[in-house]
Every structure is written in C-alpha cells, then in structure tokens.
Write a protein that binds this ligand. Sequence first.
Ligand code: GTP
Ligand code: MG
Ligand code: ZN
Ligand code: ZN
Length: 1633
Amino acid sequence: MGGASGEGGRVGVSLKAEQQVEDPRDLTEELLRGFKEDDGVEVTRKVLMAISQQDLAERLTKTTGSERRRALQDLLSKLKIDQHRSTKLGLRDLQEINTGSSKDWTPQALGDLPWHFLRKVMALNGMTRNTSLGHGELDDEAVSEEEEEELYIEDDFFSLNDTCTTDSLHPLDVLCAVLLCSDSFLQQEILSKMSMCQFALPLLLPALDTPRCTLLLWAMRDIVRKWRPHSLAESRGFREESLVLRSMPTISFVRLGSCSFSKSQLLNEVLSPSQQYHDFFIHRDMESGNVPREIADGLVEISWYFPAGRENLDLFPEPIAVTNLRGDIESHWLQFSFLTEISSAVFIVTESISERQYALLSSLQGSAAQYYFILSSQAEQCSETLGFLNKLAPVLKLNKLNVLEKSNSTNETEFVENLQRTIRSITNSSNKRVNMEALAAAARELGVLVDEDLEECQSGRKWAREITMNMRDVTNCKAEMLKLQGELWNTVTKVEKELCRMKEQGTVPPEDYKMQLKEKLSELRAQQNNCELNDGLIKFINGLEQLTAVEKHHFLKWLKYSLDHIAKDEHSRLQVQYNALAGDPQKLEELGELISAGSLEVKHFLRELGQLYEAEHAMVKEGKIADCQRQFTPLPGIAADLMLEGFPMELIDGDVSNIPLQWVTDVLTELHTKLGGRSKMVVLSVLGGQSTGKSTLLNTMFGLQFAVSSGRCTRGAFMSLIKVAENFQQELGCDFILVIDTEGLKAPELAKLEDSYQHDNELATLVIGFSDITIVNMTTENATEMKDVLQIMVHAFLRIKEIRQKPQCLFVHQNVSDVSAHGQNMRDRKHLLEQLDEMTKAAARMENLHKEVTFSDIMDYDPEIHDWYLPSLWHGVPPMAPVNLEYSESVGELKKHLFQLLRIHSDEILPKNIPQFTEWVKSLWNALKHENFCFSFRNPFATEAYNQLSAKFSELQWEFQKNMHLWLSEQETIIQNQAPDELESEVFAQLSQGTQQKLQHEEDKIFECLEKYIKDGASSTHMLEIKEDFIRSTRSTTSTFHHYSHQQLERAKNNRKRHCKYYNSEAEFRKIIEQEVDKLLEDCRSREHKLNNEELEREFQAMWREVLSESMLFSSMKRPIFQEMQSLLEEDLEIRGRLMHQEAQSLLHYSMSSFTMKKEYLDLAWSEILKEVFTNESWRKAEELATSLMHQCSAYIGEKANSKGDYNKIYCGELLCMINERLRQEDVSKLRTSGCFEVDLKLHILGEAASVFQEIHDSSLKETDPWQSLKELKLQYFSILKDLYLDKEQSHKRARDFCDQCLKPALVDYMNKRLGIAMADDILRSGQSTDYASRGFFQFTTQKKLLEENDFYNYVSYIEDYEGFVKNWIQIHLVDHYSENEGLEDLEGEILSTVIERVRGALENSEDKSNTVSAFIDNFCQVLQKDLVISKDSLVGIRFINSINTGKFSAFIQTFLSDLEQQILAEFKHLEIEFKLSLLSVKPRDEIFKRVFGCGKQCPFCKVPCEAVGTDHKEHFASVHRPQGLGSYRCSETYILCYDLCSSAVVANATFQCPETQWESHPFKDYRIIFPDWCIQPDPSINTSDYWKFVFKEFNQEFAERYDAEPADLPGDWEKITKEQALESLEEAFRMK
Ligand SMILES: Nc1nc2c(ncn2[C@@H]2O[C@H](COP(=O)(O)OP(=O)(O)OP(=O)(O)O)[C@@H](O)[C@H]2O)c(=O)[nH]1
Ligand SMILES: [Mg+2]
Ligand SMILES: [Zn+2]
Ligand SMILES: [Zn+2]
C-alpha cells in the first residue's frame, strides 16, 4: 500500500466512464455495506484505488459525499442560514446597526447560534464559542414581568432535564457552518478576531460543499502577530509579521481510534503560559464540547505559540505552530497525510493499535516527519499494541522517547512539561520551518483545495502584483509613483494656511502678499497637474475602475499585503533604532519623521487620487483647462463606492495636516447620490492619546476595519460609514452612523516639533467639531500624558462651544482593572473637575476670550453619564494573552450606552445629511486655518437659520406694521370725526391709550409667533441662540412705533383743530348765506304773484351782493413763510444753545447748493490738527455728513412739494428734527464739528426749504381761489332756491350732491389712507418679496443688477449714499411694477368695494331710525366714523335738507353708489403713478425700505452696510467687505487709494489710523477695541471678494477722481478677474448657489 496517500490525493480527478467490472464490484459492495462512514470510507477508497476500481472509488466518494452534504444541509437548516449558502454573508451585513445591536441576548434557538457567534466574535468576546441555549429571557417584553417570572420558574423546573446539551450543537459545527456561509472577507475578519481571542483557527475545512477539504490561507492573510524572540530581548525590539508569511516548525496532533483523555485539552495545557490556562482548542469538557459533531469531523485546527522575550517564562524560544485534527485519522487519511507532509513532528494519540491500523501506519514509511505516540492508560495493558509499536519502530524511526505514556496515575503537570520539553527538542533538532504559503503548496499537491485559488482572488493578486512588481523600497516608490503628495502637497498646505494666517507677511501689503500666495498656490497646483502619471498609478486607477467589486476588494487587499511586505523591513529596522535611541530627543524627532515617511499603504494611493483630482479641479477653476478635458471626474464615484464597501476613507491627511476639501466634498456628494439622497447621519468620533487603543475600540464596537497597530499609528482621521437598519432608523433618528477614527494626541515622534500642540489642537477641534458624540479615550497609566490630552480636549471643547455647537462627549478610561473603579474614583473625580476648570480657564486665555469660563459652561458633565471605565484589552501578557472578556463586555455596554445617549440627547443632536456635513466640514476647516478660530468661524447652519428666521421675522414684522398702520389710520379717522373741543377731553387720551394697548398686543403676537416658529423649526438649536437679536429688534420696532403713533395722533389732532378753524369760517359764511336764502324763500313765497325764473334770479343776485359785501370773511392773507421759518429756527437754536452768528442773513439768502466747507467748521484739538493736515479725514467726513443730510432733507422737501395742500408749520419742525437727530448720532459727535457748522447747515437747508414752501403756499392759495368757489356756490344756491320755490322733487338731486360733495371726498381720502398699506403688503407678500426677503438677499439682488449694468455712477451712488440708493431703487421698482401691472387696479377696486359695502350697510341701518334727513345723515356718519371722514357741512344747502324725504334720499344714494365707485376708480386710473404715490399717507417705499435697510450702519473701514436683522442688534456684520479705497480710504501721504480688504486686514499685519484712534496707529487685528460693535470676519474663500475687486479694477481711475485721490496700484491678478467670476463670488458669498 506504499504511496497510497500520495495517489489518493489525486484520485477524484481521473475518473470518467462508468466501466463496471462484475466480480470485484459485488465484492466491494459487500464491503461497503459493512463500513460505516466514519470508520472506513477512506480505507475502502484506498482499497478500491489499489485494485484499480476507480469508478467505484468515485461512487464511494459520491455516496459518502452526498451523506455529508445531507448532514450539512440539515445543519444549515437547523441554524436557519441555508439561504446564505449561495449568497454569502459579508462584513457589511454584520456592521448594520439594528435593534439587536444595543441588546444583550442569549441564543434561544438553534437559529440564533450563527448570529450569536458572529456578533460575539466581532466584539472579541471570549464566550464566542459558547453554543448553549438559554431559556426565555427575563427582559422579554411580551409578557408582564411578574407573570413571566412565575412561568419562568416552572419552565425552568421542567426543562432542567430536557435542556440536555444535545439540544445544542457542537461549537465547531457552528464555526464550520458560519464559515461556509461567509464570503472570503468576512472569513478573514472572523479569523482575525478569533486569533485575537487566542482561539485555534480552522486550517483545513472538511469537504462539505466541495469534493475535497479546503485549506484556509486567504482567510488568515490579515493576521499580523507580534512577538519578541529571545535574540531581541536585550534591545527590547520585537518582530511583527504577517502570520502566513512567517516560517516556523509545525507540530501536529492526531488521534488514532478512540482515546480516554482529551487531546485538545492536553494541547491547551501545552500552549498555555504558566499560571494562565487558556482554551485555545475546544475540548469535550467545555460547554457543549461533548455534543456529537455533525459536520466538523476532519477539521484541522491550528494554533501558535509566540514568545514574549522572557527566557525563563517563555515556553518555547521561538514561534511554533500546533495543528489538531478532529476525528480519527483512519477516516481522515487525506488530512492526516497532509499533516505528515508539513509537520516537523506528528503526535499520534491512541489507546490501542489494531492490525488494520498498523498496516495503515506502516504506509508512512519514508515520511520526513518524526512520529510520537501518546498512549493513554488502557494501552499499557494491551500487549498487542506494544507489539505493533515495536514493529513500527524501525519503519517510523521510533525510539523510546517517541512513545509517551499517559495513564491515570501520571502527574498531569509533569506530563505536560515533558511534552513541552519534547517539543522544544524537536524544534531544536529539526530545521524544518514552513510558512503557510508552503502549506498551501503542499496541500495543492495532495489535491486539497486552497481558498486563495479562487479566480477573483487570483486576478486581484495579479493586478496588485503588476503595481508592486518593480517596487524596491518605499522611498523609491513614493518618489516615482506618488509624486503629488510629497513635497508638493506639503507646500500647498503651507501656502493655504499662510493665506489665512499671514504670518510671514513682513512689510508687504496684505493684498499683495495674498496675491503672491495665490499665485504660488496656483503654480503648485499646475505642477501637480503636470506630473506625469506613472504606470503603477495608472494600473491602480484602472484596477479600481475596471475590476468587479469582489475582484477590486481582493486587489486592494493584495496591494495592502504587498505594500506591508515592502515596508515591513524598513519599518522594523527603524523601529529598533527608534527604541534604542529613546533618550535623544533630537534624533528621535528625525527618526519619527523617517518612520512616517517609511510607511506605504493603500491610503497613500487613494490620497494620490485625491490630489490628482484636486489639482485638476483647481486648473479647471482657474480656466487653465477646459471642463471637457477633465480626466479624473470618475474618481470621486470610485472612492464613494469604496466607502460603501466599508473601506475607511481618509478625511484629514495627518502627514501634512490638511483636508483635501474638494476631494472629500465630491466623494461625499457622490456617496449622497448613491444613497439616493438619504444620508442623515450621526457622527461619532474617538480622540485620545497615542496608542491608547482608539482604533481597537471602534473596531471592537462596530466591527470596523480601522488600521490597528502599535508600530504604525493612525495619522490624521479616517471615516467609515455604518448603515442603520430600516426598522431602527426611526428610533435612532438617523440613517447612518459616520465613525471617525483619529490619530493619537501627544505622539512622541511629533512631541518635539514646536507646533505639536497646535497640530493636536487643530485635530481635536476639527474632530470634536465634526462629531455629534466624541469618545475621549484615556489610559490611566500616565498621569502627565493624560493631563496633556485633557488640556487639548478642553481647549477644543471650548472652541466648539464658542461657535455655538454643543459637544457631547464620553470619557472612556481604559485599563482600569478594578471593578470598583467607578466608586473609588469619586474622590479623584472632584479633583479632576477642579483641574478641568483650571484647564478651561487656561484655554479661554489662549483663545483671548475675555471672560470667565468653567468646565461646566462648555460641557454638561455628569460623571454618571459621561464617564466610562474599560478594563485592559489583554488578559495577561501579550503576545499569548487573549482579549479580556471584561473588555469585550464593557465595550458592548459602552455601545449600548452610546445609543442611549443618542436617544437622550435626540433633541440636541441634529443628524446632518451629507451635504450639510460637507458644508460644516468646510466652515470648520476654513476657520481653523486662521489663527483665531472662534472668531473666524462662520457657522453655515447658524447662517442658514439666521436667514430663515430673518425671513420669517420680516413677515411677522410687516404684519405688525401693517396692523398698526391700519389701526392708526382708523384712529386718525375717528379723530377727524370728532368735534375739536372734544379732542382735548378724554376721548383723545383714550385713543392714545388704546393705541398703546394695541401695540403691546402686536408685540406679544410677534414674540409668540417667533417662539412657536423656533420651537417647530428643524434647526432649532441655532435659532435659539440668535433669538435674542430678533427680540431686541422687535422691541426696537415697537418703540419706534410707539413714538410714531404718538406723533401721528398728535398730528391728526392738530390738523383737525386747524381744519376746524379754517372750516368754521367757511361754514359760518355758508350759514349766513343759507339764512339769507331761507329768508328770500320765505319772502318770495309770501308774495302774491308767482315769480318767474328771471325775477327769482334778480332777487337772488341782489341778496348775494348784499351778503358778500357784508362779510368778506375769508379774503385770504398771504403768509410770509420765510419769516415764520426764521423764527422757528431761532427758537430751535436757542434751545440747543447755539447762537446765530452776527453776519447771518435772512433765510432768503441761503440755499443748499451754496453750502461749502469752511475751516471754522472743525473744532480740532491741537494734536489732531497736524494729522488732519495730512489726511483731511475729518474734513471729508464732515463734508460727507453735510451732503448726506442735505440729500435727506431735499428729499423731504421734494415730497412735500409734490403733495397737495398748503404749507404747514410742522414741515419746518420736522426738518429741524431730522437734522438734530442726525447730529446727535455717535459718529457725528466724535467728529468734532463746531457750532457754526450746525448753524450754517441749518441755515442752508431751511433757506432752500423756505423758498419751496413759500411756493407751495402761494400756489395752494391760488387753487382755493375764494372767488372761483364762490361763483360755484352761487350757482348751487340759486338752483336750490329755485327748486324750493317751485316745490320740485329734490331728493334725487340732493342725494347726488351728497354723493359728490361729501361721500366722494371721504372715499378718496379713505383710498389714500389705505392704498399705501395695501401696496406695501402686496409687494412684501407676493412673489416680489424674495427680493426683499432678507437684507442679504436684497444686497445680492442689487449688487447683481449693478454688475449687469456695470455703470460707474450707479456704483458710486450705491457706495456713497446707500440709503438714497435703496430708496430710489425701491421707488423705481414700485413705479415699474405698478405701471406695467394691472395689479394696482385690483388693489384699488378691492379697497373701494369693501368700504362701499360698509357704506351700503350704514345706509340701511340709518334709514329706519331717523325721520329727518339730517338725523339720518348724522346717524350715517356716526356708523362710519371709523372708516370715513364725511364732512356733512360741506353739503351745500344743508339747512333745507329736511324738506326732503329720507327714504327717497337714502334710496337714491344707494343707486348712485356703484356709479360713484366707478367714477372714483376711473379717476384713480388716470393719475400718474408717481403722483398717486405722493398722495398716499403710508408710503410703500418707506415700508419696504424699513425692511431692507436695517440699522443703516456701515463698516468703519470700507462702508459696506450692515446686514444684521432689524435695527437693533449686538453686532453689525456684513457678508462681504470691499477694498477700502472704495470707501475713499487713501494713504495719508501719497493720496493713493488703498485697496486693502477689511476681511484680510483683520488677520494680517496691518494698522489703521482714524479720528476714533486719535490718529494713532492701531493694529487691525485689534479693531474691536476701537469698534466693539462690529464683527469683521476673514473671508470664507480666496475668491469671496472678487466682486468688489472687479469693480475696483474696472473703475480705479474714476474712483480716484471722484475722491480727489490717486488711483490705487492694484495687485496684478485683480486685472484677471472677469465679470463671470465676480458674479460667481457674489453668489457664493450670499449662498445663492
Ligand atoms: N496593553 C494594552 N494594549 C492595548 C490596549 N488597547 C489596545 N492595545 C494595543 O495597543 C496597540 C495600539 O492600539 P490601537 O487601537 O492602534 O491604538 P490607537 O489609539 O488607535 O493608536 P494610534 O492611532 O496610533 O494613536 C495595539 O497593538 C492594541 O492591541 C489595552 O487596553 N491594553
Ligand atoms: Mg488608531
Ligand atoms: Zn469693511
Ligand atoms: Zn447693524
């Protein structure tokens, strides 16, 4: 039978036809019947082969195979995983977070076992292999607790016996089943984790699904082991090597026949370190270890021993491998043959040897392995066995030492020690060392399958090999293949940061320096872009693009293995040096650099892709290459796919401390698309000292694959996306969890670099800023280090808190072994809190926050919730230590706790989706590049929330204003309907009290709505923070309105009184006439004969002449307006303590155009005069002030001129009020203008006004020509007289008169009162309103329009007179809108029809109550007193009104109403829109203006208007600042316009001088000391101010002329800015894209 084992391996392959030989066949069938599968299939097969019955041998394989398959199928269905036999489980399936993730559960049924195994193994749990089934769990929610408990006890009682272990399955069966159902990557993961737990790994899987058994090589590829060989004990160096590549002696243990003791247990004892027994192998005394195996027989397991470098403690001086065959060798001859091939020694454990067994063993003759027999107790007595052994001795070269006896009386320990000694001597004497790759080769020889031979795996390997083929060392590879990320990327980073920090600016002006840096940046990007693509990199990209997902996955793994292999040697050499140098800081630093330079990983390749993409993107953006020439657009998609497949993606490049922003953004955006736009995620991160097990923690917790290794630590930050199961999303409030793993803080190799604190700080700030929850990982071993790490954390928290993000954090204390740690540390914790407070204060100082902060201000810290203790990862001394069970359990608890925390804080944690996240990353990173982080940060969500809230607020505010206007107009109407003397009484007081109440009510309403809106809003946290500004703003509006309404009511009252005075005289006059007419009528009636028409007229004429001569009641007097105003001015100046100077002349001599600045207008201190000589600053400011005031006043004057009506004394008062108000403002009072400036200014303004007002008065007199109106009156009275005399029916006529003379003017008046409000309402609430929605939006719209027109004078008026510009803009818009739009007629129609409806109602109401017409009219007016001001006295012939029939009168009015309505509408339609606007009492322009103008403050440097909401806020700010020259800033010596930008200046090395600094130089960085209420932030991107740069360069010359200065020497690159870029920057700045 010699050589049978060799042939046996190949037998299955060569069988084809079914040749049947009669006799032997029958014979063998007999034989087959006699054999049970386990005992003799393999033997039988060998016999068949030996007698050349290959087809029968094949049939045998088939039948037995089918039995195995049946067994497998049975098992899989028991385990309920048969569906995964074809569609394999992957790692991603396990990572998914579902309801089970946060629960602890014991398997209840067989179907739970695979999941239990997988979940536990992923969590590195030592109980993974436990397959016993639990009973109904206590926390089963379905049944109420008490009931359940009772049930439970009974249950338990009965089940005591029948839950015998046979209910369960053998752990190895479960393992085999799970492996069969896993894809090759999950297999890797399972084996890696098992290896960490120091479980034996499956080496040969029994043939279940496959015809032959399978060697697991690929599945072990990921495992890296670390140990210290005795040769390195001195130097404290260590070896770290891939397990499969390490050659070592292999010792195999097999069983022949049955055996009374457990081979596996024996092995465990052999391998266990002294004093610490560990179950490497499952043995029969373990839980479920005695359940019969269903499929796992024939499994070969392997385990290793690695030395720790301590000679007297290490069991073996070098690594060895130990294999263990499950089952009898007779039934697993193939596996056994394999083991004999590869082992240095084979230990055969047996009780007895039979004839047949002897024959089999003899066939091993010539084998290279040494054989040992371990005989269990019974064997001793069996002479047969000894006899066979004796016979075997020469065949297998056995001597006495090769037979070990283990009887019941043998001392266990001694025996084990003896065995260990034997093994040591074997490894010493034999030099057979094989690695796993060699094992695989041997296996293939025997026809054993190897998992790595899969096609996908091999093709992946081929791709990888082609890349690494020509790679010799790391440095070389980096220089040739990865050119973009080396020096170039490093320099790019430095320049990008310098652009923000401007540290080496020196004396170069900021903008020039920026330009230089920008050019450099663009050049660097060009260089990167021009780098030729190396073959290897092309291959890499092609691989990612072309391979299938599985191949790609394999490819990347292979690449990793090859790279690790290449980098390994270099690394361990350096590491040894590093350790040896531990004392020399200088060298250490260099070495540290070298170590990081010496690493080469797949991430470097991916990083290179990022850089390729970034460079190309930059080129496209600068217009250097066309969009269509881009090659790398598919890359982000590829990277997104990788993320989806579970690869951690680099977020922060730790080597250079930079984020490739465009790349990261585009990758994540692709990801968002691939996720179908559903990407709401909670971000979780970990931070802590170096090598404190952060990556390990995350991997254990979530089954992730972050790089773990003590040698090459994590640099920067990596992110991995985990899906949350559909049915769990609701509960967790997110679709994904984004986990961020970070580089350790306080890395010793970086410690000596001067900016290491900054580096760590940046990282911590970013990571905490990104995250919703941060785990702070601390080891308690090193107190100083822990303190340093804490300091960094606290600082980062402080910063994040400052930018209005509330960080959630969990302190995890690692390596706490004591169970009572939590309690014991109570005392320490108080101390810790004190320390934390101290640190917080220090951090606040570093951030220049001038306030007291304590730790509790920056974080809600509750030790019960925020502290967590983890025991040490290892149970014992590595490398032989398994993972601590407590560690795994605590991590599980921690995970549960995390989810709990998520739920508790669900109202504060607002999961962002990917676009929001990238936006957030961008803002944080941008702010971090600046020195002053807190200050530079622009919170995109706060901005968004602010804009949203502003829009809502504007709406509410308009509602408020509208209601108040309507209210006031009603009150005014009531006042106008009162008798003048009543106005002095309580009525007026009541009205004004009512108005206050109304105001309060409206304010409350706003607050209420705001509150509700904020509460319901999505981003409520941000809104809460900014609410304050809105409340202030509302208060300020209220107080404005308070003032305004008071004024309005007063004015209405005064008007009413004045009106009465004038009107009384006319009414008086009419009364006289009407008396006379009455007299005449009586007279005529009393005459005998009837007068004819002519006679009647003659009589009337006579009477008229008589009356008129008697009473020239209102021959008008022309008022001298000049004089009136002059006296008012004098009165005003007297009050303000100013003296009219001697040479002042009558107002007649002044006009605005004649105003010029004079020296005496400035009242400078001596020290300031000198500066003024150079800068003219104050002079210019005073002049500007005068100009703007005159603008304002002339607008007012113009308005009054346009409105109909006579001059009113109030006009002059208002003008003075306007001027005084402006002069009272802060900036003016700082200007130091003199008294005569004020006097002259007022003289000039009032002078101009006086001449206009005089004209108004004169022309209004002309219009109300008394003679003219008398003539009309005369005609009317004559007609009345005639009608009365002739007794004609008058009701028709008089009704018409009433309509024309009373109702119509009242209706028109109503219209003018209401139309303005309606128009403003229409504009602000219609589609137009977006333009006015927020201040920012308005700025955007106007600036965009300006750019479209690109007209110098438009820009000038925008810059110089923003207020005027805005008003004008709105006016033009209004006029345009309503002259081409029918909308206005609708508005008018609506207003009129509502009031006419009311008139109709009033008519009906008044009719029946009154029997005379005058009572009827009184009644009617009373009803309408809130709506219409009907002056019934203006009805001619009121005295005779009662002679007509009330019913008829009223009926006629009814019929006239619709005519009247049409008539009024027609008249309105014919009015010019401008004229119409001037008639309105509430001007829509002013209302809209109020909305968009805000506080009206301008940047003290560049004059950009403030954009903050409302008129009253804590800080003024603007999105974009302008080059200061546009605000006429110039160099005081050369007069050359200055082109600095405030937003750059505040971070640069520049100074400014101005009156506010008393002309002293003041550093820009500290501008807030001078202008505390302004907040000027650095630009969010380098292109932000392109808009104004464009304007400046377009009109440099013009601006210079305009400002009496020299043109600026603009930096060269401004010239290149195009109109398109300008627009783009505008859209970006106002976030309109
Ligand atoms: N003794 C001990 N070793 C641990 C513990 N936790 C992790 N390790 C080991 O420490 C080494 C570093 O673990 P990592 O998880 O990579 O640590 P890290 O904090 O991510 O390290 P960096 O990313 O380099 O800062 C690994 O070899 C771990 O096995 C622990 O609690 N005790
Ligand atoms: Mg790490
Ligand atoms: Zn500015
Ligand atoms: Zn402001």
